[in-house]
Ligand binder design. Sequence first.
Ligand SMILES: [Fe+2]
Length: 166
Amino acid sequence: MRERHGIRVVMHRATDAPYIDLRVDDGQEINFGQLSLKVIYTPGHTQDAMCLLFRDRIFTGDTLLIGGCGRTDLPGGNAEKQYDSLSKLKALGDQIRVYPGHDYREAVSTLGDEKQNNPRLQIASKEEFIHFMTSRKPPLPRKIQEALEWNRTPIQGTQRGMGEGI
Ligand SMILES: [Fe+2]
């Protein structure tokens, strides 16, 4: 897609992926046409996780899921940072619509609904959150090592082939 359509790959500066066209920082605006997305750096699921705020909508990746949040036990994950990142999102307006990276439940929610109903946002303290996140051991995603390796491999011409997502 990048080569065929001239798409630019945008990631947070903290990424270790080598094929990025634009590395962005917290608070930066990503402009496209007349529109722009605001970067909110939200490490925790990964060290380079970010959310993108667009007017009254936010794309939350795997930081905030509907009724949950991204796991923090995979490489680059950090429960304490995830707590701080979720707190950052909680400080935004209730009416903002949430579009997560996975639709395990409904495809869209609002920050207000999540603050009221998402069990991960009800945990009273950072310590309890860290305890909760670090005491769970869900199975590893299939082929995670291959996928991580793949993500860190430079693109050589068009020889990158078909990767499997996680
Ligand atoms: Fe993920």
